[in-house]
Write a protein that binds this ligand. Structure first.
Ligand SMILES: [Zn+2]
Length: 299
C-alpha cells in the first residue's frame, strides 16, 4: 500500500508534468474507480472536459488537482493505485481504469489511473480547489510545514488509547502508515500499546520527531528513483529493503540489543517491535489490554 512519502513523490511528479495542462478528453474504462463521483462516469467526463489543471496538492494520502473553475480532481491510490503520465500512443496498461487526455503543458500526454484492486479512485470535488470538503476532516501530516506539534502532543496525552492507534488516527495526524508507525516507535523505544495519557510531553515530541525523520528519509530515497516522465507509485520503494529496523524483521536480532524482533496482530495487520527495547506496558487496574488476535499473514 502506498504510504505518504510515495504519495508525496506522485504529487511532486504531477506538479512537474500536468500543472498548466488543459483536459481535452476523458475516458472511464471501469466505473468502480469513479464510484464516489455523484453523477457517475458520464458526469465525471463532462465536468472535466476543457478544464485547466492549476496545481497539485496533497493532504495525507489524498491528492487533488485544482481546476480553473474552482473544482478539483480528488484522488486516492488505495491499495494498488498508480497515476502515470504517458504519451497517448503508449500501450494501455493491464489495469488501466481512467484515461485523461492533456494538452498545453508540453506535447500531448495522458494522465492515467491504473489500479488492479480498485480500492482507490477519482472524483470531481465541487468547490474543492482550495481544500476538498470531502477531506477537510483529515489532519495535516508531520511533513506539512503547518503541522501543529504542540496541539498534537496535547491531544495524544489527553487520550487513553494506545500510542500506535493514535499515530494511525487520520483525525489526529495523517499519513503515518503501519510501517512508519512501527519504525518511529522502535526508534523511540516505545511499545505501541503504551497509552497516550501515560507518556510525557517529551516522549510524544521525540516520537513525532522520529516519525518525521523516518518519513523524510523515505521521501528522499523515493524521490531519487523518480523518472522524469513517469509518475509512478508501486507501494514500496528501495527504502524499505535497506532502512527498516523493526517492520518486516520478525525473528531477526534487534540492531540495538540483539533480542529477536516480535510480530503481533494489530488491526488486521501486524506490529513489529523489540520486546526488550520496547517493553509491553504493565496492565493498569481498570484498563483491559486489547484481546490477543490470531496472527494475520505477513504483510
Ligand atoms: Zn532491542
Amino acid at each position: 500500500m502506498p504510504e505518504l512519502p510515495e504519495v508525496e513523490v506522485v504529487r511532486a511528479g504531477l506538479e512537474r508534468h500536468v500543472v498548466g495542462a488543459t483536459i481535452t478528453q476523458v475516458e472511464v474504462l471501469h466505473p468502480r474507480p469513479v464510484r464516489r463521483h455523484p453523477t457517475g462516469p458520464t458526469g465525471f467526463v463532462a465536468e472535466l472536459r476543457g478544464r485547466t489543471i492549476t496545481a497539485a496538492r496533497r493532504r495525507g494520502k489524498y491528492l487533488w488537482l485544482p481546476l480553473d473553475d474552482g473544482n478539483a480532481i480528488l484522488g486516492h491510490l488505495g491499495m494498488s493505485g498508480q497515476l502515470l503520465v504517458q504519451p497517448p500512443e503508449a500501450p494501455a496498461e493491464r489495469h488501466l481504469r481512467v484515461r485523461i487526455g492533456l494538452e498545453g503543458s508540453d506535447e500531448g500526454r495522458e494522465l492515467r489511473f491504473v489500479d488492479q484492486r480498485m480500492f482507490g479512485g477519482l472524483s470531481v470535488s465541487a468547490g474543492g480547489a482550495e481544500l476538498p470538503p470531502e477531506i477537510s476532516h483529515i489532519a495535516r501530516d508531520p511533513l506539512d510545514p503547518e503541522f501543529d506539534d504542540d496541539g498534537f502532543v496535547r491531544r495524544v496525552r489527553r487520550r487513553g488509547s494506545g500510542i500506535k492507534r493514535q499515530l494511525l488516527d487520520q483525525n489526529l495526524v495523517s499519513g503515518v502508515g503501519n510501517i512508519y508507525a512501527d519504525e518511529a516507535l522502535w526508534r523511540s523505544r516505545l511499545h505501541g500499546e503504551r497509552p497516550g495519557e501515560r507518556l510525557t510531553a517529551g516522549q510524544v515530541r521525540a516520537l513525532l520527531g522520529n516519525a518525521r525523520e523516518v518519513m523524510s528519509d523515505a521521501l528522499g530515497q523515493g524521490g531519487t528513483s523518480f523518472d522524469a516522465l513517469y509518475v509512478n507509485v508501486n507501494g514500496e520503494s528501495g527504502y524499505f529493503d535497506r532502512s527498516l529496523h523493526a517492520y518486516g524483521r520478525e525473528g531477526e536480532p534487534c540492531e540495538r540489543c540483539g533480542t529477536p524482533i516480535r510480530r503481533v496482530a494489530f488491526m488486521n495487520r501486524s506490529s513489529y517491535f523489540c520486546p526488550t527495547c520496547q517493553p509491553v506496558p504493565r496492565r493498569s487496574s481498570g484498563r483491559r489490554r486489547e484481546t490477543p488476535q490470531p496472527l494475520p499473514p505477513v504483510d
